[in-house]
Design a binder for this molecule. Structure first.
Ligand code: SF4
Length: 310
């Protein structure tokens, strides 16, 4: 499905620069930092406060212009606009980034109106100060997302997201590290003005477990509950992946326990098991074998085309 990205929910990934700083439990096993360290042959050189961020090449910056130019061909093939995820190796709203680079990115978005830009951040509180007044309202092809991994982040950051005038507002809940209730009313003063639950102000929710060598397991009930909350509220829900760990609930027997299986992906001979309080067992079978079915179904919800509306 993706043209230039391994990420299920986007067609292209664009990184205007590389480098960041950990700001959330979701950053603990940051893939981008590990990658940065690998290329540096040791510790990551573009990570942490004061570390220089690395702007990507001019040829890389030209790619969105080419995707934009090819929009009619893409639409004819897929029946929808192309989605560009920005950024997987950085955070657009990182305050250690040269503001001139961010201005260049905004100009690039200006020049590519045929692309839907997905700006996903762990710093949603910086957005209002880092964008010109009215910019989000003028750019209806920008989907603004907050990365949320637990209830603390949901309570802190979703009110900041829904207060912004983006055409599409979404959550990426990966790695999901605990149960999250999205139905709570906005806290504090805002609750006096807006009585609607937070979930009704969101256009899309993505949920996924963690992958990588130190991946933490996700309890299946955390994902199920978010699916059910989204279904009840009519919010599109996308289950991106289990990650490394798969729940033992149904399917083929492995070492006396049972697992959901997707397709014919092979399982390891001796999977590692983790038990949650309450008895739920999950097995480390690897991302590919774990797949992305939740209770036997693939969930591929997307927001409806909203360009030009709020
Ligand atoms: S915000 Fe993203 S890129 Fe930055 S450290 Fe966290 S996980 Fe890595």
């Amino acid at each position: 499905m993706a043209e230039n990205s391994a990420i299920e929910w986007t067609d292209h990934t664009f990184n205007p620069w590389e480098g960041c700083q950990k700001v959330s439990p979701g950053c603990d096993h940051c893939y981008a930092e590990t990658r940065n360290a690998r290329f540096a042959g040791g510790a990551a050189v573009n990570w942490g406060p004061g570390a220089p961020r690395r702007r990507t090449s001019a040829s890389n910056w030209n790619k969105p212009l080419a995707w934009n130019a090819a929009h009619a061909e893409f639409f004819a093939q897929h029946g929808r606009r192309q989605r560009v995820f920005c950024a997987s190796l950085a955070d657009v709203f990182d305050n250690q980034v040269d503001p001139a680079w961010r201005a260049d990115l905004l100009e690039l978005i200006d020049r590519t109106p045929n692309l839907d830009w997905l700006l996903l951040t762990k710093r949603i509180g910086n957005v209002a100060d880092m964008l010109p007044n009215g910019w989000l309202m003028e750019h209806t092809n920008v989907w603004l997302g907050a990365s949320i991994v637990n209830q603390v982040e949901a309570d802190r950051d979703i009110p900041k997201l829904v207060a912004l005038h983006a055409a599409v507002k979404f959550l990426s809940m990966e790695p999901l590290l605990g149960p999250v209730d999205l139905r709570g009313n906005l806290p504090g003063e805002r609750a006096l003005r807006w009585y609607r639950p937070m979930l009704n102000m969101l256009d899309w929710v993505i949920v996924g477990g963690e992958s990588g060598p130190a991946a933490r397991p996700m309890h299946p009930d955390w994902a199920r509950d978010l699916r059910d909350q989204c279904t009840a509220a009519g919010v599109p829900f996308l289950f991106k992946q289990w990650g490394e760990w798969l729940p033992a609930t149904e399917g083929r027997s492995v070492l006396g326990k049972t697992l959901i299986l997707e397709g014919a992906a092979p399982l390891p001979d001796k999977p590692q098991w983790h038990g949650f309080e309450g008895g739920q067992q999950v097995a480390r079978v690897g991302k590919k074998a774990a797949g992305r079915q939740l209770d036997g179904a693939q969930h591929d919800g997307y927001p409806s085309a909203k360009s030009g509306t709020f």
